[in-house]
Design a protein around this ligand. Structure first.
Ligand SMILES: Nc1nc2c(ncn2[C@@H]2O[C@H](COP(=O)(O)OP(=O)(O)OP(=O)(O)O)[C@@H](O)[C@H]2O)c(=O)[nH]1
Length: 607
């Protein structure tokens, strides 16, 4: 990508070969890595394996660009590195942890942890964003500037911004965040050309994917319309989605919120915090097809922004009718059979005519030409007079590309489990005067814990230098050892390390030296978290303690009680709910979770 040519569609045969080669390569890398990790304590980082992998993939630049931090002093990369090379200039660049930091974290993960109360999953804007770190905005420019002047101006400004961030905030407190100017440039372009910004967040941790600096800039400074998309709602209970919606409506009244999911949701569980629910989740099938929920609502939310553009007339009703269908398509090329690959290839070939997948440079040139007709300083003016552009922005891996594919009911942009997959923005027409604009996932600077960012899928798992502290963060908050059904320890004093060790034994992951491959196990756990089979779902404040969000769930709980009672032959008409609850077996009780008891108590209090 980004080499100046449109991506050629692969034939089924080529794709098969490519997948086979990729699998073989991955296998050999994994085998070589495992022993290194366990045996060479001082090489905590799987440096060689990663370097080899990137060299083999022709992506050595990413690794080189990740600037090393050998001791605890920060060395910023040169501007050259921040800009990347022409080959892969749009890869994300993050700062690496120092070996000292990694060793300390690894050691700490071997100590027994304390399980925190469920309220530890509650997060609020004030907890997370006590400090709002601004993101780099495009510096002003004028038409008299040459391309070189413009670029050097942007580079100078960006370096200054980066220096300021590092001067202002302690390095160890800063989150991973995007260090590649070219990726930020993509965001600038998308914001500039978009009339409506869709900020896509993962419903498991919506607040953590919602940079207030972006909200302020788009809504308050640019005065653009913003729609917040709660994506992947299939992964949590309805109650969680409802609670987050209420919370965001209170905190950010200017935005419209829509729920979206590429997959149908599993409504069997009311309580997505119960151990029964969490254990069941791990068994979700790997291969699934898109069956999007929320397309109509999404288009309606765009319509309801009441965007007025004189030269654009849109028949929203017709558009909604056209796209509101339950399209099914396979999601991910990594996980599917070769037969399915061939099918998708055929779809891709067929659809390539209506996909305007320009490479980065062509796109930028085109936009820059369009920008010439308007005054760039007047940022309230949309640059496109005759088009409505809906721009998708968000952190890596939140599902922006999958959302576009689900709307079209076919693979029009590629998706991946690996964050940072979308390298440049791609525009796709929904109708002759409405287009969607995808953008690369971009991590905004914050003071979020790096361990947490890894769990949220913002950082590529293959590049995680030290996975154990992330596992510990999670295990302190959810019963990980029960979810993974690990054998109990004698003293029951779990540490993150021995959870990984027990999982390695369970999965038969061994190193060449026949020791449990703890690193591989940790990695596998992180992947299960990323794709939702281990559910780490944060909640808004007071979720566990107040009934304010619970009432909406009442009907769903009532229905569930009926289903469970019917299964057990309990007469729901005669007995009151509390009695029914007492009669349910423990499994049914678990499925209903703590909410039921809370609701019963609430009704008792009211009576
Ligand atoms: N369960 C679930 N998984 C989803 C959904 N949408 C996307 N995913 C998964 O999330 C992962 C990331 O999806 P992408 O569409 O590639 O995400 P992206 O935001 O475009 O990622 P970048 O290219 O890194 O910016 C993939 O493994 C998808 O299968 C959803 O609605 N539900």
């Amino acid at each position: 990508m980004g080499n100046g040519h449109r991506k050629k569609p692969f034939s089924g045969k080529q794709k098969k070969k490519q997948l086979q080669a990729k699998r073989e390569k991955n296998l050999s890398i994994k085998e070589e890595d495992s022993d290194e990790e366990i045996e060479a304590d001082k090489h905590v980082v799987r440096k060689h394996a990663d370097e080899r992998k990137y060299a083999e993939n022709g992506e050595s630049l990413l690794k080189k660009e990740q600037f090393n931090n050998k001791d605890d002093n920060i060395t910023l990369p040169s501007t050259q590195k921040l800009l990347g090379s022409s080959k892969s200039r749009l890869h994300s660049v993050f700062e690496k942890s120092s070996p000292r930091e990694i060793r300390a974290q690894r050691k700490a993960s071997m100590k027994a942890f304390t399980r925190l109360p469920s309220t530890a999953l509650e997060v609020s804007v004030n907890d997370i964003y006590t400090t709002v770190i601004d993101f780099p905005k495009r510096p002003s420019w004028h038409y008299g500037m040459t391309k070189e002047e413009l670029e050097s101006n942007e580079e100078h400004y960006f370096r200054q911004w980066l220096d300021d961030v590092y001067n202002k905030y302690p390095r160890e407190e800063l989150s991973f965040f995007e260090h590649n100017l070219d990726v930020w440039r993509q965001l600038w372009r998308v914001l500039e050309i978009s009339d409506i910004i869709l900020i896509v967040v993962d419903i498991r941790h919506p607040l953590l994917h919602f940079p207030p600096s972006l909200y302020n800039y788009v809504v308050k400074d640019m005065k653009r319309k913003m729609v917040l998309v709660f994506n992947k709602v299939d992964l949590v209970a309805e109650h969680t989605v409802y609670s987050w919606t209420k919370y965001f409506e209170e905190q950010f009244p200017e935005i419209s919120i829509v729920e979206f999911s590429c997959y149908p949701r599993d409504n069997r569980f009311v309580d997505d915090t119960s151990t029964a629910f969490l254990q069941k989740r791990t068994k979700r099938p790997k291969k699934r097809r898109y069956q999007a929920l929320g397309i109509k609502e999404l288009l309606l939310a765009c319509k309801n922004t009441n965007l007025v553009k004189q030269d654009v007339e849109v028949n929203w009703t017709e558009l909604i009718e056209q796209y509101n269908r339950n399209a099914t398509v396979c999601d991910n090329l990594d996980d599917i059979t070769e037969e399915e690959v061939e099918k998708i290839d055929a779809i891709q070939e067929e659809s390539s005519s209506d996909v305007e997948s320009l490479d980065a440079e062509e796109n930028i040139k085109q936009i820059e030409n369009q920008l010439k007709v308007v005054n760039i300083n007047n940022i309230e003016t949309s640059p496109h007079k005759t088009l409505i552009t809906i721009g998708l922005v968000g952190h890596p891996n939140v599902g922006k590309s999958s959302l576009i594919n689900s709307i079209f009911g076919k693979v029009v942009v590629s998706t991946s489990r690996t964050p940072g997959h979308t390298n440049h923005f791609q525009t796709i027409h929904l109708s002759k005067n409405i287009r969607l604009c995808d953008s690369p996932g971009l991590v905004f600077p914050s003071l979020l814990l790096k361990q947490l960012q890894i769990l949220l899928g913002m950082y590529p798992i293959a590049q995680v230098q030290e996975p154990y502290s992330s596992i510990q963060y999670m295990a302190e908050r959810i019963p990980l050892e029960s979810i993974l059904k690990l054998k109990t320890l004698e003293n029951n004093e779990w540490s993150a390390w021995n959870i990984c060790e027990a999982f390695a034994i369970k999965q038969k992951y061994y190193t060449k030296a026949s020791r449990p491959d703890v690193y591989r196990a940790a990695n596998a756990i992180l992947r299960l978290v990323n794709d939702g089979r281990i559910l780490l779902s944060f909640k808004p404040p007071e979720f566990f303690t107040s009934l304010k969000y619970l009432i909406a769930q009442k009907n769903e709980i009532d229905l569930q009680i009926k289903v469970e009672s019917k299964k057990m032959g309990i007469n729901t008409k005669k007995t009151d709910k509390k009695e029914i609850f007492e009669e349910l077996n423990s499994q049914s009780k678990q499925q209903l979770g703590g909410y039921f008891e809370l609701l019963i108590n609430y009704n008792d209090d009211k009576n």
